[in-house]
Design a binder for this molecule. Structure first.
Ligand code: B1M
Length: 234
């Protein structure tokens, strides 16, 4: 039996590992797309009184950054990244209710979705989870949303905030199409438009006349709260 096979046969006992070793293992298991293992590791850290937010950011988001880097560098390919995304989602499913469990009073409603042509949803899902945790009611439209989907959700739920996500340089311009449609409908000033996604920046948000660019989920929550305050004061 080779050294590698011997190593594979070694049983991993999470309870005997340090926190740092578990985080390292989570990075490896995310990379390999092992959803069940990720679930076990999330449970283990929660059992050690880790805050759900720390499990999310230090374990899952941190691990996904490694996947993202290797995807960019051509070391990982779409099927592997899909497996990693599935494992990440399995971990997020455990954390979602815990993050929402703050008992915070409802402070507003947000409609959020990934724009047309774009199927990336991990970042958007994180934003949804964090917004729910902060006390927002979140209507998540999912991926690949055209302008009509955004408009009919706004009609139906009357949100104070519209969130749009795009991960591709080819799909981010669609955000302008949605904002222009809000203007044409005469409802642009009734709603705060927050945008996010890896290829965006503040200059782009300003250019398409969004209210703000949010670098990450924590910034999205802070920004949404700030705009809710401004509304209440107006
Ligand atoms: Co895609 N992909 N992908 N991909 N993918 C990127 C985005 C890419 C940068 C990889 C690379 O080449 N380096 C690249 C885009 C290049 C570009 O446009 N310049 C790329 C490409 C090219 C593609 C395909 C075209 C590949 C192909 O088919 N040849 C294809 C496109 C499919 C499509 O959408 N039409 C594709 C497919 C996929 C998968 C399906 C395999 C998978 C998606 C699975 C899923 O989401 N369910 C995938 C993944 C996973 C990635 C990477 C590796 C990781 C994205 C991610 O989940 N990050 C990504 C590389 C990277 O970003 N480093 C890549 C983790 C997440 C937590 O971060 O999404 O940035 P992020 O979200 C953050 C913030 O941006 C912000 O908060 C979040 C949390 O902190 N945020 C918001 C995001 N949305 C927000 C909305 C808000 C506020 C904040 O509203 C208020």
């Amino acid at each position: 039996m080779s050294d590698e096979e011997l190593e594979d046969d070694e049983e991993i006992i999470l309870s005997e590992m340090s926190d740092e070793e578990i985080i390292e293992l989570m990075f490896d298991d995310l990379y390999d797309g092992y959803a069940e293992e990720i679930e076990e590791e999330v449970h283990e850290l929660l059992g050690r009184s880790w805050e759900p937010y720390d499990v999310l950011t230090k374990g899952l988001v941190g691990g996904m950054e490694v996947v993202g880097r290797d995807f960019r560098d051509g070391i990982l390919f779409v099927p592997e990244v899909l497996m990693a995304a599935k494992a990440m989602k399995a971990g997020m499913a455990i954390l979602r209710p815990l993050l929402a469990e703050t008992g915070a009073p409802k402070i507003g409603t947000m409609v959020i979705g990934t724009v047309k042509g774009d199927i990336h949803d991990i970042g958007k899902n994180l934003v949804s989870m964090m917004m729910e945790g902060a006390g927002f009611e979140v209507v998540d439209l999912g991926i690949n949303n055209d302008v009509d989907k955004y408009l009919s959700a706004i009609d139906e739920y009357n949100p104070e905030i519209l969130g749009m996500s795009a991960l591709l340089t080819t799909t981010m311009p669609y955000m302008r199409v949605v904002i222009d449609a809000l203007k044409t409908k005469g409802i642009r000033d009734d709603i705060t438009v927050l945008v996010g996604g890896a290829p965006l920046n503040e200059a782009f948000a300003e250019d398409i006349e969004a209210d703000a660019y949010c670098r990450d989920a924590a910034v999205a929550v802070e920004t949404a709260k700030k705009f809710m305050q401004i509304r209440q004061q107006a």
